[in-house]
Design a protein around this ligand. Structure first.
Ligand SMILES: Cc1cc2nc3c(=O)[nH]c(=O)nc-3n(C[C@H](O)[C@H](O)[C@H](O)COP(=O)(O)OP(=O)(O)OC[C@H]3O[C@@H](n4cnc5c(N)ncnc54)[C@H](O)[C@@H]3O)c2cc1C
Length: 512
């Protein structure tokens, strides 16, 4: 029986993206999903610039950009219906190349990701295939499908969502981060503009139609999000004593939405209650099996980061699995997946829980205090700025950060010019030793030097290097910085990285 390099259980957005990453790397990959079509209604509506960059890295950036709305930022309204916080990104410079926030329709993303798989003869998508058992034996894992079929693969990734069968089969527990709030989620198509209640303090020039708006009103916390095209999303918190069934009843939904759609014809396409919570799996790898996406973590959606976390998981694990499967790195490299991803995920989930507690405040007096406090703050970080550098087996200050991707003077974004993948970006050309060059060769890294033609109008690139007092940065395929250095240090840092990453040839050299 055929042994696949990788079997992915679940073809939601995370499994489908993972399969595109592995397909592009040439790994023999099978994706199994128990359903025959993507879930037809959106859950996620927001992604940030990093996701567009990741989608572009698998050739799907343009497809998705054509189907998304770039947002202007976020606005929070207090108990007195006055503005308490405004995070505008309209017209701001774009160090990462794309707009800060995009609104999209999840079924369209899932369709694009599945169509993307058709490009790869090494990837098979098997629908209607439900995994209900797994056994690891020697050099592979055998998956049991309901109906009696089996599939064998060297590595298995459970991308099978919040109720993950794979996670349960591995007996992995979830760490509960103590947030559990019920919200009603309503999606509608609206012909025309949204109406807003009497709000005060909204800055002139703020386009409410293109902002995600958080009503921090203790009488009914709610969010209103501009989706792509005529899609609009509302989320209403359930108040104590309200039941799911009563809130999702059509007449109740119509009454909740009515003040926002005065005079505009609209069609409700879904109303359902969800419990927003924060959960993180205690183990993300057991032997040859990994969990990723909602199977590994779930977050309250206040920063719109749940699926984004999952795509980052796939980008992180994807290149590591490729190096190990190709025999270029030791299996130990795969142990860096959880520590690199988990710390970052926990950081954002705890921030989302903090935001949730502030938004979900139902005590009128405490809400007034909150509003006064927030109005007194001078700066708040955006969700995107909350993405902390990853901790890793990496060396040098600046390593672990997301690398920037500005538009270059020569045209196109940095990634368009470098082509992505592993890139040693140099402010000046360095003479590398044979050892350092061999690390780059094992990674398949390209070298690119910043000439005047590659400088960007805002000086992001030159600023990045000068602020960190370095002249070279090794960018990983997931766009995080692998290592940095100057003329004096880059050589040693590249060779150290090759050892720390357990690159096969480097480890052999070290043993001799
Ligand atoms: C109301 C709401 C709003 C949200 N908003 C945002 C947002 O704005 N931005 C954001 O980034 N995230 C958001 N999220 C989170 C986002 O929707 C999820 O993180 C994302 O869908 C998870 O993707 P996944 O691929 O991990 O899992 P899923 O999308 O759940 O996919 C799992 C797949 O596995 C398959 N499967 C399950 N079990 C098996 C099995 N045993 N065998 C075979 N196949 C199986 C399922 O059929 C499914 O296709 C939101 C979530 C909710 C509920």
């Amino acid at each position: 029986m055929q042994i696949w390099d990788v079997a992915i259980v679940g073809c939601g957005p995370v499994g489908a993206f993972m399969a595109n990453v592995l397909g592009q790397r040439g790994l023999k990959t099978i994706v199994l999903d128990r359903e025959t079509a993507p879930y037809a209604l959106p859950r996620a509506v927001h992604i940030d610039h990093e996701m567009v960059r990741l989608l572009a890295s698998v050739g799907l950036g343009e497809t998705m950009l054509a189907q998304m709305r770039a947002g202007d930022g976020h606005i929070h309204i207090g108990a007195d219906h006055g503005m308490i916080r405004y995070l505008s990104v309209a017209g701001s410079p774009r160090p990462y190349g794309y707009a800060n926030d995009y609104f999209f329709f999840q079924p369209e993303l899932e369709t694009a990701l599945r169509q993307g798989l058709e490009r790869f003869s090494n990837v098979e998508l098997r629908l209607g295939a439900s995994v209900d058992g797994l056994v690891e034996t020697g050099d592979h894992v055998q998956l049991a499908l309901s109906g009696g079929d089996t599939v064998r693969a060297r590595w298995v990734i459970g991308c099978d969502g919040a109720r993950s069968t794979v996670r349960k089969l591995l007996d992995i527990r979830l760490d509960d981060l103590d947030f559990d709030e019920p919200w009603l989620v309503v999606d509608a198509e609206v012909d025309g503009k949204i109406s807003f209640p009497d709000l005060w303090g909204v800055p002139e020039g703020a386009n409410l139609q293109n902002l995600s708006l958080m009503m921090c009103d203790p009488q009914r916390p709610a969010t209103i999000v501009p989706g792509r095209g005529n899609h609009r999303r509302w989320e209403f918190m359930l108040l104590p004593g309200e039941s799911d069934a009563e809130m999702a009843a059509p007449e109740r939904v119509a009454a909740l939405v009515e003040p926002w759609v005065e005079g505009a014809s609209h069609r409700i396409i879904r109303a359902a209650t969800y419990r927003f919570h924060g959960l993180v799996a205690e183990q993300w790898r057991k032997g040859r099996v990994f969990v990723a996406g909602d199977s590994a973590h779930q977050t309250p959606p206040f920063f719109g980061q749940g699926m984004c976390h999952g795509l980052r998981d796939a980008a992180n694990l994807g290149w590591k699995l490729a190096l190990v499967t190709e025999g270029k790195a030791d299996d130990a490299l795969l142990d860096t997946y959880q520590p690199e991803r988990e710390a970052q995920v926990r950081h954002v989930i705890s921030a989302a829980i903090g935001a949730g507690k502030y938004i979900c405040e139902l005590d009128p007096e405490r809400a007034v205090e909150r509003d006064a406090r927030v109005r007194g703050e001078t700066k708040m970080r955006s969700a995107s700025e909350l993405i902390a550098p990853i901790a890793s087996a990496i060396v040098g200050p600046g390593a672990g950060e997301r690398f920037i991707n500005p538009a270059l003077a020569s045209g196109g974004l940095l990634d368009d010019v470098t082509g992505g993948g592993w890139v040693l970006l140099e402010a000046e050309r360095h003479d590398l030793s044979a050892d350092a060059q061999s690390v780059l060769d094992q990674l398949g890294a390209k070298r690119a030097t910043l000439g005047p033609e590659s400088l960007d109008a805002h000086g992001f690139l030159s600023g990045w290097f000068t602020q960190r007092h370095v002249t070279a940065a090794l960018i990983r395929p997931d766009f995080y910085v692998g290592t940095v250095g100057s003329a004096e240090t880059i050589d040693d840092r590249l060779t150290a990285l090759g050892g720390a990453m357990r690159l096969a040839a480097r480890v052999k050299e070290m043993e001799h």
